[in-house]
Design a protein around this ligand. Structure first.
Ligand SMILES: OCc1cccc(Br)n1
Length: 470
C-alpha cells in the first residue's frame, strides 16, 4: 500500500544514501509520522534557536518553567470548534484516564498558577506579576494525508497579573527583540495587532453579547472568533456560511466582515460608534511601541482575531512581509481563562504568546540567516599508544577535563601515529596528547598543537610533565 509519496521518498533515500531497499528496512526505523529527528548538526541549529529564545526571555526578566507533556483532556475542553482541540493527540491510559499530549502550553501555565492559588479566596501564593517562559514540545494528531507535522516546539512567554496594556507591550517588545537578535528586521517580518474587545462591540451591535451561550453551552463570541480566524484560508462566503450555521444572519455577517477591513482602530471605532476603553488601549499600545523602539514591526489589522477561543482583548500575529509563510507567532490577552478553570474568585488577567520553531526556521532558511555550525572540536584528543597505557591515558583525560578542557579520549589505542592524527582531524581537535611508553618513562606526555606550525612549517609540540597536568 505504498503511496506515490512513499515511493518518491524511498527513491530519494536510495539515491541520496545508497541504502538497502526498504524490503530489509523495518518501518519502525523511521520515527512516527509527522515527527522529526535532530541529528547533531540539526541539534546545533535547534540549540542556537532555543538559546536565543532563552537569552531574550532573560533580557526581559522572565523565568523558565516546565511541566509534563501529558495532560488531562479536560484541560482543553472548549466548545468553540478550534482545530487545536479537534486534533488532540488524546488516548485512554491503562488506568482509564483520558489524557493527551499537550496541544499548547497556555492551559498548563494556568494550571500551574492555580496550583498556587486558593480557589475559595482567589489568593495567589506567588508574587505577581509573573513573567514566565517555557519551550515545550506540543503535539497534534494531524491526518497523515495532510502530510503536516505532528509536533513542534513552541516558545511560550506569559505575563500573569497585569490588567493594562503594558503587559502586551512588554511581550511584543520581547518578540521584536528576538527577531532583531537573529537578524530579522521589520522589513522582513511584521506583527499585526488588533483587539477582540473592539470586535466585541461590533458583535454586540448584532446581538452577539459577550458571554452569550448556544444550546450546548458554547460561547458564541468565541465561536465567531474561531470562524473569523479562518477568513484568509476559506474566504468571505465560506465564513458567512459558517457564521450562519451558528445563528449569525447574513446581514450581520456582512457588517462584521466589513468591520474587519477597517484600516485603523479609529475607523473601526467609528464603525461601531464607540470610543471605548478597548480602542484607547490599542492606541496606547502603538504609542508605547514607538517610544519603546519597536514600532516599525507593528501594524494595526482589524481582521486579526487568532484561532484560540480564550483570547479576550488585544491579539496579534507575526507574519513574513512576502506573504509566503504561515503565521510565525501569535498571542494575546486571555483574562478569563483562570476563572474558567478555578472559579469566579480567580479573575487573574493574563497575556501571552506562542512562537513555534518551524515557520521561523523556514523564514531563516529563506533569508540565509541560519548560522553555519561546524562541530566545535575538543581541545584535546588523548591517544594511548598501547592497551596497557589506556588507563594512564584515561587518567590524563580526567585531569585535563578538571581544568575545564574538552577532551576526546580515543577509544582504541593506536600504534600508528597516522591513525591517531586521522581521528584528531575528524574530531577537529586543537591538540593531540600522545601517551607513549618512552615519554611516560620520563614522566611526561607529548602534546602536539595541530593548528599552528613553526617557521619551518613543522607542528609545534612540547613534552609536558605528568604532574603539571592538574
Ligand atoms: O500550531 C498548532 C500545533 C499544535 C501542536 C503541534 C503542532 Br505541529 N502545531
Amino acid at each position: 500500500n505504498w503511496t506515490e509519496k512513499k515511493i518518491e521518498k524511498e527513491l530519494d533515500r536510495l539515491v541520496e544514501e545508497g541504502l538497502e531497499s526498504t524490503a530489509v528496512r523495518p518501518s519502525y526505523l523511521d520515527g512516527p509520522s509527522g515527527t522529526r529527528d535532530f541529528y547533531p548538526p540539526e541539534m546545533r541549529v535547534q540549540n542556537w534557536l532555543f538559546d536565543n529564545f532563552r537569552e531574550t526571555a532573560k533580557s526581559f526578566g522572565f523565568q523558565e518553567y516546565d511541566a509534563p507533556v501529558l495532560e488531562n483532556v479536560e484541560l482543553y475542553k472548549r466548545k468553540a470548534g478550534e482545530e487545536i482541540v479537534d486534533q488532540m493527540y488524546a488516548f485512554t491510559d491503562k488506568e482509564g484516564y483520558h489524557v493527551t499530549l499537550r496541544p499548547e502550553m497556555t492551559p498548563t501555565l494556568a494550571r500551574l498558577v492555580l496550583g498556587k492559588t486558593n480557589l475559595q479566596t482567589g489568593e495567589v501564593r506567588l508574587t505577581l506579576p509573573l513573567k514566565w517562559f517555557s519551550i515545550p514540545q506540543c503535539w497534534r494528531f494531524e491526518t497523515t494525508q495532510r502530510g503536516r507535522k505532528r509536533e513542534h516546539y513552541q516558545w511560550n512567554m506569559d505575563i500573569v497579573g497585569v490588567d493594562h496594556v503594558h503587559a502586551e507591550v512588554e511581550l511584543l517588545a520581547a518578540a521584536c527583540f528576538f527577531f532583531q537578535r537573529i537578524g530579522i528586521g521589520p522589513d522582513v517580518v511584521g506583527i499585526k495587532v488588533n483587539s477582540r474587545a473592539v470586535l466585541e462591540a461590533v458583535l454586540a451591535k448584532h446581538g452577539i453579547e459577550k458571554g452569550k451561550k448556544d444550546a450546548d453551552g458554547g460561547d458564541i463570541f468565541e465561536q465567531v472568533c474561531v470562524i473569523i480566524d479562518k477568513l484568509d484560508k476559506i474566504g468571505g462566503p465560506a465564513v458567512t456560511e459558517l457564521l450562519g450555521e451558528i445563528g449569525v444572519g447574513s446581514d450581520s455577517a456582512a457588517e462584521i466582515l466589513k468591520a474587519l477591513e477597517a484600516p485603523s482602530v479609529e475607523e473601526l471605532a467609528n464603525q461601531v460608534g464607540t470610543n471605548s476603553e478597548a480602542v484607547n488601549q490599542v492606541k496606547r499600545l502603538f504609542e508605547l511601541a514607538e517610544q519603546y523602539g519597536f514600532g516599525d514591526y507593528l501594524i494595526f489589522d482589524a481582521s486579526v482575531v487568532r484561532g484560540l477561543a480564550y483570547y479576550t482583548g488585544v491579539v496579534w500575529e507575526a507574519f513574513d512581509r512576502r506573504g509566503e509563510l504561515r503565521a510565525i507567532m501569535g498571542g494575546g490577552r486571555y483574562d478569563r481563562l483562570l476563572e474558567k478553570y478555578g472559579g469566579e474568585k480567580c479573575q487573574i488577567p493574563c497575556v501571552g504568546f506562542g512562537f513555534g520553531d518551524c515557520v521561523i526556521m523556514e523564514l531563516l532558511k529563506e533569508c540565509g540567516k541560519i548560522p553555519d555550525f561546524a562541530s566545535a572540536g575538543p581541545d584535546y584528543v588523548v591517544c594511548a599508544f598501547s592497551p596497557d597505557l589506556y588507563g594512564t591515558a584515561a587518567n590524563i583525560s580526567w585531569k585535563l577535563r578538571q581544568t575545564g578542557a574538552t577532551v576526546d579520549l580515543m577509544p582504541t589505542p593506536k600504534k600508528k601515529v597516522a591513525a591517531s592524527f586521522k581521528h584528531a582531524d575528524q574530531t577537529g581537535a586543537r591538540r593531540m596528547v600522545f601517551v607513549a611508553p618512552d615519554e611516560i618513562e620520563k614522566g611526561v606526555v607529548r602534546i602536539k598543537d595541530l593548528r599552528t606550525k613553526d617557521k619551518n612549517g613543522e607542528s609545534i609540540q612540547v613534552d609536558c610533565p605528568l604532574d603539571a597536568l592538574d
